[in-house]
Design a protein around this ligand. Sequence first.
Ligand SMILES: NC(=O)c1ccc[n+]([C@@H]2O[C@H](COP(=O)([O-])OP(=O)(O)OC[C@H]3O[C@@H](n4cnc5c(N)ncnc54)[C@H](O)[C@@H]3O)[C@@H](O)[C@H]2O)c1
Length: 313
Amino acid sequence: MPKSILILGACGQIGTELTYTLRERYGNDQVIASDIREGDKDLMASGPFELLDATNYGALEDVVMHYEIDEVYLMAAMLSATAEKFPMRAWNLNMNSLFNVLNLAKDNKISKIFWPSSIAVFGPNTPKEQTAQNTIMEPSTVYGISKQTGERWCEYYFKKYGVDVRSVRYPGLISHKTLPGGGTTDYAVEIYHKALSDKEYTSFLGEDSKLPMMFMDDAIRATITIMESAPEKIKVRSSYNLAAMSFTPKEMAENIKKHIPDFKMSYAPDSRQQIADSWPSSIDDSVAQKDWGWKAEFDLDRTTQEMLDNLSK
Ligand SMILES: NC(=O)c1ccc[n+]([C@@H]2O[C@H](COP(=O)([O-])OP(=O)(O)OC[C@H]3O[C@@H](n4cnc5c(N)ncnc54)[C@H](O)[C@@H]3O)[C@@H](O)[C@H]2O)c1
């Protein structure tokens, strides 16, 4: 029997592309997309979809039983910038959805879980350059606290109940198919849209805010690679550091100018600057490289080329 996969939060920035890629790999009917809202037309037409609130255990269990689900990818969450506005809602969504999925696995109703963590688990006291897999972790945002707590619970469920949960700490993600959902690195996607439509962009982060970033194709490949790796290779059951590139808004603007020479960038940092200041500038992902063979393929030049080519179609 081919395995059945359920994606929670499938209509978001990552969920949309993950749904397409998993459907290509395992077959459209084997991958059930779900979200609290409908996604774009193409996604809805590409295979089965369920309107589902990931915080509702009963409804989630019904869908898992109905489709005889083996694996769950939990992509529903409230992201960093939005979570600062609604701390309790963020905590409830980010933690309860995770407990629901962990408990389904603990009760042997599903066999494997993917749950993403984030570079937001680190905080202002963490060494900023080449941040190590194991280091000081004192997150200062609601989102970061929820991700760090989530990591602890994932490791606990693995050790205590043998739950096969796998996780990576995504950096800021850059994609052209779906807009980002309220994070601190959203500027790195908006900038390409504005460069093409208006030839100018005002960044909500200052010109020297260097942050770790990744092109979506790399993020999806990392997600599927860790999920398909033999269980003994996954030695870290909290979450793996993952890296591809690091750059500042100013460096990004210079990179876009190679393609659009009259592109103009200005800067008006807002409340998201404080979140960015608490995060690492670059990440050491050598543990993921060693354990399950991770290696990023997209640098800034290649990302800019892909973004501008696809958005101008
Ligand atoms: N995008 C990034 O740069 C980034 C970086 C680090 C980590 N992550 C993590 O990856 C995951 C996916 O992020 P994303 O960027 O795709 O987020 P997103 O905001 O684009 O998408 C989240 C989706 O979850 C859905 N959702 C919200 N509440 C729900 C609920 N109660 N039940 C079911 N669905 C619900 C939303 O409708 C949305 O479609 C999150 O855990 C996020 O923290 C993302």
